[in-house]
Design a protein. Structure first.
Length: 345
């Protein structure tokens, strides 16, 4: 390995314009301060490698003052190499690539050849692609079948997809666009706290894709990254756009829960993730704790009218997933639900 880059990973900015139709943004607005600079240590390190071994910068969470109210530090274990089964399995990595990563652009420039680098102090996976794998691991290994799940079966087959987590893993596999990696930080201004996590674009000539940004790789824990994937896939082949209303989540707002859009799907997946058995081999108490806090935080941030649905309303989501997909997702009142006019699948 080359000598370590001495400058620590900073909060740089990069405004990337997408010349395509139908761009949908998922914006990050943290409750803590965001450092910004004109330079980008991560991108420099990747560029200097010239498709070879990347000298990954030290992680920000080793810097003084990183423990703040973002609520991310205590969930770093979700990126630990020993807690993500794909790290020791080529077959699992191939399965995860099938979620749209194999067709994606930009990963070579993000160090695909050196993707399994681990921080020597924390044992966390450092690389953008590795951290993206960790997001998909939450979708894959929340299901007991893991990589044995046949994600190609008809989405109407709830006898096979007998939990919401199984169904959603197949939904993500079938509905995704190609997934691109992007080193840039896409923020409104240099010192802005509003930075794009991901962007899904549809356009002519099969110009359909989802871009993941530096914010996705390094500002979110792996459970939040997974829910972001669910969110973006709902935008993709189902074409569910956000509503033109204002909420805490900026441009990524839906008017109501019953919009049955990306935000509703994201929250239902988080709830299903939380309601897994206590002895689950993959979903540790820390991951469950994160899902609990993430559900409550995102529910208040993503809708112009705060949903009536509570986390406790989803305790059967992994027993009767079809009811949640076909009815709960389209209903404002958990006690008076109505069938969806247009089924998700």
């Amino acid at each position: 390995m080359p000598s370590k880059v001495k400058i620590r990973l900073n909060r740089a900015t990069g405004i990337l314009a997408v010349a395509a139709a139908g761009a949908l943004l998922y914006t990050f607005m943290p409750s803590c301060s965001m450092l910004a600079d004109a330079d980008d240590t991560l991108c420099f390190a990747i560029a200097e490698a010239k498709d070879g071994v990347v000298d990954w910068p030290d992680e920000e969470y080793l810097e003084p003052g990183y423990n703040n109210d973002c609520g991310i530090t205590e969930f770093h274990e979700c990126d630990h190499c020993d807690l993500n089964p794909w790290f020791e399995s080529e077959e699992a990595r191939a399965y995860i690539e099938g979620f749209g990563l194999a067709q994606g652009h930009g990963w070579g420039d993000l160090g695909r050849a050196d993707m399994m680098t681990v921080n020597t102090v924390t044992k966390e996976i450092d690389t953008p692609l590795g951290r993206t794998y960790n997001a998909y691991a939450n979708l894959v290994y929340a299901n007991p079948p893991g990589i044995e799940l046949d994600r190609a079966k008809d989405l109407k087959n709830f006898e096979y997809y007998d939990t919401f987590l199984k169904w959603m893993s197949a939904y993500v596999g079938q509905k995704t666009y190609r997934i691109n990696g992007n080193c840039n930080r896409d923020c409104e201004t240099v010192f802005s706290k509003e930075c794009v996590i991901a962007r899904t674009v549809s356009g002519p000539f099969r110009n359909d894709y989802t871009d993941l940004y530096q914010t996705f790789f390094y500002d979110l824990d792996a459970v939040w990254r997974a829910s972001t994937i669910v969110h973006e896939v709902r935008h993709a082949r189902d074409g569910r756009s956000h509503d033109a209303c204002a909420c805490i989540n900026g441009s990524a707002c839906d008017a109501r829960w019953s919009s049955n859009g990306a935000n509703t799907y994201e929250l239902m997946w988080i709830a299903a993730y939380f309601y897994t058995p206590d002895d689950h081999q993959f979903i540790t108490p820390a991951r469950k704790k994160r899902a609990h806090s993430l559900f409550n935080h995102r529910k208040t941030a993503m809708f112009c009218w705060t949903p009536q649905w509570q986390l406790s309303d989803f305790w059967l989501i992994n027993q009767i997933p079809e009811w949640y997909v076909h009815e709960a997702a389209c209903s404002e009142d958990p006690r008076n639900t109505l069938p969806c006019m247009f089924l998700a699948n």
